[in-house]
Design a protein around this ligand. Sequence first.
Ligand code: NDP
Length: 399
Amino acid sequence: MTKVLCVLYDDPVEGYPPTYARDDIPKLERYLGGQTLPTPKRIDFKPGQLLGCVSGELGLRKFLEAQGHALVVTADKDGPNSVFERELPDAEIVISQPFWPAYLTKERIAKAPKLKLAITAGIGSDHVDLQAAIERGMTVAEVTYCNSISVSEHVVMMILGLVRNYLPSYEWVVKGGWNIADCVSRSYDLEGMAVGTVGAGRIGTAVLRRLKPFDVTLHYTDRHRLAPSVEQELNVTFHPTAEALVRVCDVVTLNTPLHPETEHLFNDALIAKMKRGAYLVNTARGKICDRDAVARALKNGQLAGYAGDVWFPQPAPKDHPWRTMPHHGMTPHVSGTSLSAQARYAAGVREILECWFEGRPIRDEYLIVAGGELAGAGAHSYSAGDVTGGSEEAARFKK
Ligand code: NDP
């Protein structure tokens, strides 16, 4: 019997939905580039259902209990008295979503001697102390590509929302106004602007592809350069550093994992090198930006707008400055957990678990850590180390 400890976000305040806005979601076979969607032997849910909350259980209970395993699902994840911390000592597998991350710090890993596998139901395993996972010999796996396109759509939405001043204009309508001058005094066209992505992996290149028809000039920086054919197809300019990129861009979108190289990359010094009035969109990880530097830059006009859905820690404390800073378009961490994305990552988690229990290898592209080192996608895109420091502050949300 294996104990599987699964941390999911709370159910909707009005309860688990009895019906949905749509009857189905499109059926996709492959991602661009040929990677197949998750291929579990079967699933016990209907794609389009709410799976990422506690009652949704990622559709895993029947599958796990039929094999005699124990599944514990909770949203209570922060602080020493949380259900997560109480259930952790005899858990062998932890499943967590980046939207509501169960921070697996070095101290928590030390309290869980049986822990062998941490699965990220989504993409981005920075909530796990990867250095401690390497040292313990754990496997860390995520469902690569499952929500990359979901996020890229959100990025395009947020860029347009900021540049065109959408949210403040919407608010005037709700308030009963017709304040056109108020709405448009911060509204521009995206056409002709320079847009750059820091990180041109699955999300970054999908953003470039989606923005190309807007007649913008495209820019990117990355640890590995894109193939010349892709650079030509997108007519995108490579910059060797983030600093070189931000100097020429009107809009910057962040699409790298959070790891020691990218932690607090967008600090006062780098933001000062951006064009005055640039827009910054961060759907990658909150900690890639210095929290207070972003708020300062919005207040003094260095940034014209900031949007994204990622914070540090999560959930963000009620007094987190990004909730109240001017000219922001923040949402809670939702871009990668649309109902469409949930169907893919729930199936991906099931695939990883089937492999684990049957002793079959987990797909290389899903691996972040294995065999005492960064592996698979992790070896390509991460650097070893720990970026969970400060995550205990997430417990303040409850108070
Ligand atoms: P990919 O691995 O496909 O892309 C990440 C890219 O970032 C890679 O091309 C990688 O380079 C590049 N990169 C890594 N470190 C650096 C660095 N120091 N400087 C410049 N580039 C760097 O992942 P995805 O595009 O699918 O996802 C990216 C991130 O987005 C995730 O790690 C996650 O944090 C976040 N995300 C957020 C979601 C949300 O709901 N908001 C959902 C999904 C993901 P290379 O591989 O060439 O070394």
